[in-house]
Design a protein around this ligand. Sequence first.
Ligand SMILES: COc1ccc(C[C@H]2SC(=S)NC2=O)c(OC)c1
Ligand SMILES: [Zn+2]
Length: 261
Amino acid sequence: TGNQWGYGKDDGPSAWHKNYPIAEGDRQSPIDIVPNQARHDPNLGPIVLNYDHCTSINIANNGHSVVVEFEDSDDRSVIQGGPLDNPYRLKQFHFHWGGKGCHGSEHTVEGNSYDSELHLVHWNAVKFKTFQEAASAPDGLAVLGIFLETGDEHRWLHMITDALYTVKFKGSVTDFKGFNPKCLLPSSLHYWTYLGSLTTPPLHESVIWIVIKEPMIVSDKQLGKFRTLVFTGEEEDQRTRMENNFRPPQLLKGRKVRSSN
Ligand SMILES: COc1ccc(C[C@H]2SC(=S)NC2=O)c(OC)c1
Ligand SMILES: [Zn+2]
């Protein structure tokens, strides 16, 4: 049907502009970050995450990634500070990853990809009534991007990877209560920030990006479990392994990347 998009040869990132012309816009994401060209801005305060009362609801395979959704009917879990003028409510988080032995982050640093990238998606509920409304407004969303690098096993990621078998197929959703994503954060929250977009269709230019410099370390085995998911539904005869679900870096088009300390 019309707006079907994916990460394959014919429906992948290079074809998205046909149904979503904004793909060639002036504030598209991801980008390649060049640290020594990022402007250190002393006015950029620390990022503050208030996730202590967050309420995770479920974990789902939406045919593009694995997503954990949160209760966002009040300000129980918000991100604020840094480049943000308001608190932004946590809505969901999801991941992007590569194939076996291939890196799969969306943002790159001096041309280098990481193995994977976690996106914590937040929306500006001070200015907008719904997530959908915020998702198409210039200051509607704040996404916290965290790189994943393979090394030692991550002590908490198993809580997610142990649940992946329950959402193997597109359209599957299972309960996922009591998970606080604060356990996934690296020790330092130093970051780069810039104005960008959703990294999948509809590619709205509505994201204030906050990319954490320090990667979280996960094991090869843990990362491999993401590749047991498939893009396709249980009823489809064609099973396509879910991997390489990342958009490559887009042109900076004059944007400035700022750096916290
Ligand atoms: C309002 O419609 C959408 C559509 C897709 C995503 C997820 C994309 S955007 C991102 S960043 N990484 C992703 O995979 C949304 O997330 C905010 C919102
Ligand atoms: Zn994402």
